[in-house]
Design a protein. Structure first.
Length: 85
């Protein structure tokens, strides 16, 4: 199983979009400063996740989200995800 996720920096309210096959470990990496791209935003909180059967499908969805370049779109997606839980 592969997961596309969105995390939000508690310190600066920025978002980061990524995909992984081990979400728990990846979140630990983000919050421990392991990832250069997210080091300055520690601490991070998981605000959205969606699972896929293949890495290819996860990658396509991740790229779609990154192409949107819209904080408003991400916040709407996050809100919709919370409502459906």
């Amino acid at each position: 199983m592969f997961t596309v996720y969105i995390i939000r920096s508690i310190s600066n309210s920025k978002y980061y979009i990524g995909q992984t096959n081990n979400l728990k470990q990846r979140l630990i990496q983000h919050n421990s400063g392991y990832s250069k791209a997210t080091k300055s935003g520690i601490p991070w909180e998981l605000v959205f996740q969606k699972e896929f059967d293949s890495r290819s499908d996860a990658y396509q969805f991740e790229q779609k989200l990154k192409r949107m370049k819209s904080k408003k779109y991400l916040e709407e997606l996050i809100s919709a995800g919370r409502a459906s839980r």
